[in-house]
Ligand binder design. Structure first.
Ligand code: PEP
Length: 247
């Protein structure tokens, strides 16, 4: 499956958000690509009633099931308004909101129990890469994030490789660097879940980090890159649409 997801983060007031949602939802008609929009949660409920050509993802979910957790939104609540996907483990949540490996793993379990597909983000920092330990970092993030997950659950997951040094910085991994890491992730899945290539290749692995209309086709042309998780470039209709056309 080819996937392009747009992470709007904490951008756009209602009027602008609705206008962008409306034109993407009505104009996109590329049946080969699953297009997922990740708007701020406050807009999910309204958008979910109007879905045509896009799917919805939440940007976050609570690590608690229900109860006295002021300000939180549960996986059950997301499911009740037909949200199909949810970002988990984004580097901004790890760094700014202290989402630990345990919390990330709990969120993944809660999402899967509620039939929401996690878009599980992993990625190394600049200093990790400069020290040449990116594989070890990604291995550890996958190992802890997917702890207790079985193969049938994995089949409902999307992995996003997002090198932290490339997120919002304008620095993109080269297509070869992306392919190398995606190949590493695919091999990890093969070993961890004891699966052959034909099954492992069905798990979408997206690239994220300053992906834009200019570099997307080069990155998406690589064997193990099944699409992109797009931040800044997802906020403009023409740019996001041309990224979707980049396969
Ligand atoms: C992201 O935040 O997931 C992301 C990839 O951001 P950007 O495209 O802006 O680097």
């Amino acid at each position: 499956m080819k996937v392009v997801a747009g992470n709007w983060k904490m951008n756009m007031n209602y009027k602008d958000a609705f206008a962008l949602f409306h034109s993407l939802n009505n104009r996109l008609n590329n049946n080969e690509v699953e297009v997922i929009l990740c708007p701020p949660s406050i807009y999910l409920s309204e958008f979910s009633n109007k879905l045509k050509n896009v799917k919805l993802a939440a940007q976050n979910v609570s690590s608690f099931e229900s109860g006295a957790y002021t300000g939180e939104i549960s996986a059950q609540m997301l499911k009740s308004i037909d949200v199909d996907y949810c970002l988990v483990g984004h580097s901004e949540r790890r760094a700014l909101f202290s989402d630990s490996s345990e919390v990330i793993n709990t969120k993944i379990h809660l999402l899967l129990e509620n039939e929401i597909s996690p878009i599980f983000c992993c990625g190394e920092s600049l200093s990790d890469r400069e020290s040449g330990i990116q594989n070890e970092i990604i291995h550890n993030q996958l190992e802890s994030g997917l702890n207790g997950i079985d193969l049938s659950q994995l089949k409902n997951c999307i992995i996003a490789y997002e090198p932290v040094w490339a997120i919002g910085t304008g620095l993109t991994a080269s297509s070869d660097q992306a392919q190398e890491m995606h190949f590493f992730i695919r091999n990890y899945l093969k070993t961890r879940f004891k699966i052959e290539n034909d099954i492992a290749s069905q798990i979408p692995i997206l690239y994220g980090g300053s992906c834009n209309a200019k570099n997307a086709s080069d990155i998406f042309s690589k064997n193990d890159v099944n699409g992109g998780l797009i931040g800044g470039a997802a906020l403009k209709e023409d740019t996001f649409s041309s990224i979707i056309q980049s396969f």
